[in-house]
Ligand binder design. Sequence first.
Ligand SMILES: Cc1cc2nc3c(=O)[nH]c(=O)nc-3n(C[C@H](O)[C@H](O)[C@H](O)COP(=O)(O)OP(=O)(O)OC[C@H]3O[C@@H](n4cnc5c(N)ncnc54)[C@H](O)[C@@H]3O)c2cc1C
Ligand SMILES: NC(=O)c1ccc[n+]([C@@H]2O[C@H](COP(=O)([O-])OP(=O)(O)OC[C@H]3O[C@@H](n4cnc5c(N)ncnc54)[C@H](O)[C@@H]3O)[C@@H](O)[C@H]2O)c1
Length: 473
Amino acid sequence: MTAVEYDVVVIGAGPVGENVADRVVQGGLTAAIVERELVGGECSYWACMPTKALLRSASALRAARQLPGAREAVTGDLDAVAVLGRRDSFASHWQDDGQVSWLDSAGIALHRGQGRISSPRVVEVTGVDGVTTRLTARHAVVVATGSSALLPDIPGLREAAPWSSREAASAGSVPRRLAIIGGGVVAAEMATAFAALGSSVTVLARDGVLPSVEPFAGELVTDSLREAGVSVRLGAEAVSVKRDDSGTVHIETASGERVEADEVLVAVGRTPNTQDIGLDGVGLAPGAWLAVDDTLRVVDGGGWLYAAGDVNRRVLLTHQGKYQARAVGDVIVARAKGEKVEDARWGRHVATADERAVPQVVFTDPEIASVGLTAAAAETAGLRIRVVDYDLSAVAGSALHADGYKGHARMVVDEDRKVIVGCTLAGPDVAELIHAATIAIVGEVPLDRLWHAVPAYPTVSEVWLRLLETYGR
Ligand SMILES: Cc1cc2nc3c(=O)[nH]c(=O)nc-3n(C[C@H](O)[C@H](O)[C@H](O)COP(=O)(O)OP(=O)(O)OC[C@H]3O[C@@H](n4cnc5c(N)ncnc54)[C@H](O)[C@@H]3O)c2cc1C
Ligand SMILES: NC(=O)c1ccc[n+]([C@@H]2O[C@H](COP(=O)([O-])OP(=O)(O)OC[C@H]3O[C@@H](n4cnc5c(N)ncnc54)[C@H](O)[C@@H]3O)[C@@H](O)[C@H]2O)c1
């Protein structure tokens, strides 16, 4: 067995692992990264990038159709083959050469294969050829193995060969009929995409559509999916699934409804990739999410084991995982060099924004851009809040942006501190607006001062002025 020593060994070369390794190398340490599939991870090939590529052309087409003059210039329907082709290039045709070159240029050593922790600070990598390499980390091992789609225990589901988000994101053709089990982010985005691409889509949304965002946002998306011809069945729970000999999938719900489809996509959440990474050898439970302390060190992990990104379950989003990666990389370097660890709230070595300042954009029609707490979450957290709502279509910039612009904005104010703790914007092209709210929340900018942040006229951002006026001075 070959044996190599590095300062830091990272398991998983998704966006998070790559950023951890880069950060420690920039800090003057050596790093190796272990990857069993493609360097770049879920986000690059089966999640963020391909799904957003699937959605973007339809969104541009909708925008053109909402404008007289442009509408008349649109002479055909969405070209599904061209959309899938553009998606292929955004997934780099499922080749990772570009990312491997980047690792090289960043000075990070790549070991391909399944990584398993065999003893403290030791990772064994088994390649496809069965050859094992032993990597010893002088300072730290970082688990950045991400998550996989969860398959619920519904009779017949596994045998029916369902799609997970991977098959949806990388689909080579558009099924005539697509059924989706789940109503969360993946379900809402993929229903939007495949309906636009020409599928007849049915969504079985047991717990509602986008139940974790403000209720008005989920309602707007539900209405618009229905307008696009999607059958959205709220409260419907799939209880049995069967694929017959002709390939048709039959789904039965708890209330006895029956749905037929050519493919069924299961989108009911994620499970951590920790089943086969050697956790039992260091006294941790295989298959469990990895709990971490404020500096992202694994609880009961001996002090040398860290976990960042999806696998620690703090936030299952690329940008937030990369934010954690910067903190982890820096804290490993600080500890290795005996430097001061800055672990107070908002310190350099902690990911404080994970708690209450996480932005997310759901690329549905309308887009849902949110950051921080919903009104319900703020109340559950015991905050004394005031909810400020504004009709986004009443803003001059929105009316100009598209005829019949439909949208809504909500700001949640902590009345004791007079700062914003949450914001949700629902409307066409609101994605780029949310960073202003993120800054206000992270910066804890007092409302009195926000009055002096004047949005340009006539932009959709003027909703900020309207929200403040509605709140009152
Ligand atoms: C359909 C879909 C769409 C999404 N869209 C967005 C979006 O628009 N914006 C957003 O912010 N987030 C989005 N997400 C979430 C985002 O994809 C994840 O939060 C992100 O990929 C997490 O990054 P990660 O590095 O933690 O894990 P991953 O990207 O899962 O990478 C982990 C890597 O570790 C490797 N690995 C695992 N175990 C081992 C092992 N034992 N040995 C070696 N290698 C191993 C895997 O092969 C993988 O390459 C989406 C998710 C899905 C499912
Ligand atoms: N644009 C984005 O930022 C984006 C896009 C896609 C995915 N993601 C990330 O990927 C993660 C996974 O997305 P997801 O949609 O799979 O999970 P999710 O947690 O967003 O939604 C899963 C939904 O399935 C429901 N559910 C759970 N078990 C069920 C069952 N047995 N039957 C029916 N419904 C059930 C849940 O109530 C929930 O609403 C999310 O956490 C999200 O952060 C982000």
